[in-house]
Design a binder for this molecule. Structure first.
Ligand SMILES: *[C@@H]1O[C@H](CO)[C@@H](O)[C@H](O)[C@H]1NC(C)=O
Ligand SMILES: *[C@@H]1O[C@H](CO)[C@@H](O)[C@H](O)[C@H]1NC(C)=O
Ligand SMILES: *[C@@H]1O[C@H](CO)[C@@H](O)[C@H](O)[C@H]1NC(C)=O
Ligand SMILES: *[C@@H]1O[C@H](CO)[C@@H](O)[C@H](O)[C@H]1NC(C)=O
Length: 287
């Protein structure tokens, strides 16, 4: 008698956009849905025009960050990819900036690291033109054809608009799909095992639960770990906002729960929010 046989293959989960057949029992590197693997990371282009702060928040709302650059190999891969998928888009925000820096050092906001590899465009950097870095391609006309050079870094005012590129790390995991060979000859594909599935990438973070209960828990915790700390930064800000709306930069969401200190908010005193005094309330601080 022919026993039903289980034949297992490893597949990239459907949740990750494409179903990809690979050898069983292997670790799979995949990108979140709508992201494309480029060099050693996952990238996503958003063509809508946003300022730097809005672009950063958009990336964070999908559990990603704005683009950072590591080396020439990576930039070449990104430029080859851009030529294919966005041949007419000359400008994208990266996470590079010198916001809040006294010296003209640039940092990748998405990784927190100082920017060491800085492939400037000709004539760049021009620190006086702004604090944020965009990938810009010079466009020219050659025998009636539009020619776009490879993208390189250019200093830009953070409040100006551009498209942007979000990056997320490659997800490494194993998952298996098993082929249950049922007699007589009928084959039934059954998903029997899922080994080490990664966390859902697009799961929203906790901020939608930000409420009085959470603030009370934070206020109970702070005296235990930071008894003498009167003031702490939050991610709340209205940077790049024409209207006075506040956003949590870390989640990209608009701040709905805003437990103000007495006399607050005072929007003219700054763009960013701290937790101030007795660890109880939010207070407007200088950015
Ligand atoms: C992927 O992109 C499509 C089209 O823009 C969108 O409808 C969908 O929600 C996106 N999926 C995820 C998981 O972000
Ligand atoms: C450049 O970065 C890639 C990852 O994107 C890495 O694999 C490679 O080793 C690096 N190359 C150099 C020359 O540092
Ligand atoms: C950026 O542009 C805004 C609005 O035009 C302006 O107020 C601001 O001073 C500029 N910032 C820099 C660093 O040039
Ligand atoms: C408040 O936030 C906590 C998580 O911090 C959540 O579990 C709870 O359901 C929220 N309560 C309300 C009333 O929204």
């Amino acid at each position: 008698m022919l026993w039903p046989k289980l034949v297992c293959f490893a597949f990239v989960s459907l949740a990750f956009g494409q179903l990809e057949h690979v050898a069983a029992d292997k670790t799979i590197a995949a990108c979140p849905t709508n992201f494309t693997r480029v060099a050693d990371k996952c990238l996503l282009i958003d063509d809508s025009w946003k300022n730097f702060y809005e672009s950063d928040r958009h990336c964070r709302s999908i559990n990603a960050g704005l683009l950072s650059l590591k080396n020439q190999t990576e930039l070449n891969a990104i430029n080859n990819w851009l030529a294919e998928v966005a041949p007419n888009q000359p400008e994208f925000w990266t996470s590079g900036n010198k916001l809040g820096e006294a010296r003209n050092d640039y940092f990748w906001q998405s990784t927190g690291e100082q920017a060491v590899y800085l492939p400037w465009n000709t004539g760049q950097p021009t620190p006086a033109s702004g604090d944020c870095l965009a990938l810009l391609a010079h466009v020219s006309m050659s025998t009636g054809q539009v020619v776009m050079d490879p993208h390189r870094l250019t200093v830009k005012n953070c409040t100006q608009w551009a498209a942007h590129i979000c990056q997320a790390p490659l997800q490494l995991f194993q998952t298996q799909l098993c082929l249950n060979t049922m007699p007589p000859g009928g084959q039934q594909l059954e998903e029997l095992l899922r080994v080490g599935s990664p966390l859902p990438i697009h799961q929203r973070r906790t901020s939608e639960h930000q409420n009085q209960t959470e603030l009370n828990a934070i206020n109970n915790w702070l005296p235990l770990v930071a008894e003498y700390q009167l003031e702490l930064w939050t991610s709340g800000n209205k940077l790049g906002q024409a209207r006075g709306d506040y956003f949590w930069q870390s989640t990209g969401e608009q701040a709905l729960y805003l437990p103000w200190n007495t006399g607050q908010p005072t929007p003219a005193s700054g763009d960013c929010l701290t937790l101030l005094a007795n660890y109880k309330h939010v207070h407007v601080e200088h950015s």
